[in-house]
Design a protein around this ligand. Sequence first.
Ligand SMILES: C[S@@+](CC[C@H](N)C(=O)[O-])C[C@H]1O[C@@H](n2cnc3c(N)ncnc32)[C@H](O)[C@@H]1O
Length: 287
Amino acid sequence: MSTALASALLPALPRPGEALARLHRRWPLPALAAWSLAWALFVALRGSTAPLWLAVALATAAGALLALPSSTQMRRLLVAGGFPLSLAASGAAAALPGWAWLLPLALLALAYPLRAWQDAPWFPTPSGALDQLAELAPLPAGAAVLDAGCGAGHGLAALRRAYPEARLEGTEWSRPLAWAARLRCPWARVRRGDLWQQSWSSFSLVYLFQRPESLPRAVAKASAELAPGDWLASLEFPAVELVPQGIGRAEDGRPVWLYRHPFVRSVPAPDADTLRRLGSSRPPRGR
Ligand SMILES: C[S@@+](CC[C@H](N)C(=O)[O-])C[C@H]1O[C@@H](n2cnc3c(N)ncnc32)[C@H](O)[C@@H]1O
């Protein structure tokens, strides 16, 4: 193929991440495709010399990986669970020992290491949830934006809709989710790591979709590391100790809380003594 013909045709071809995202909007096609692929892999492996346990493990892992980009938790469960459940019902793996059915749990532990549960398990940001952000928290072109705990990249995709000219980065503790985010968002820099260990000082906006319990820690980190004028954004859960500078609305009505550094406190910043007591089992009195 000549270079001219290739460059004319290539832009028309969807990139792998885009093709996957498009497939996942056509429910139940992604489930049918994932189950068929997992079964095809199982049958192919059984036709080779692979032992039964390996065929089951690899086909289950393939189904779980294909489930990651699904838009809701329920769909993810359906896509990932289809192969092992239909296998159990078919009796094709009757020779497997009972403990082998713990495999899905082991895969879940791989996808969701314990640390990821401490802040928030994986719930993705809906695609248009951050559309009001650029108006409420304007950023210059090329500004660096972080999705802290970026999951499979849904938040990064929503941030890109809001800030198409920003430099987008994501940090994710779960390895499979970080891989999925790289696939979904080839235009973003996704690193696998702990959002609390990474410095936020180079970012103009840090976006979070974590548990309410994580927000005081996020406020303390953002207060120490962001520069005046930078933003902290949180989907759904407010930082109760701060006064928001703006509140956006996701299309499903959930609030997007926006705080600009230097933050305005609604309650006094905790002193060292209070911080020590917060670290103990009982919160300080009067809160
Ligand atoms: C509610 S999900 C949000 C995902 C993504 N930000 C979005 O909005 O679509 C929270 C994500 O944070 C990740 N996470 C939790 N604790 C983390 C930590 N300490 N470091 C990095 N990622 C973490 C979880 O694995 C999960 O994928």
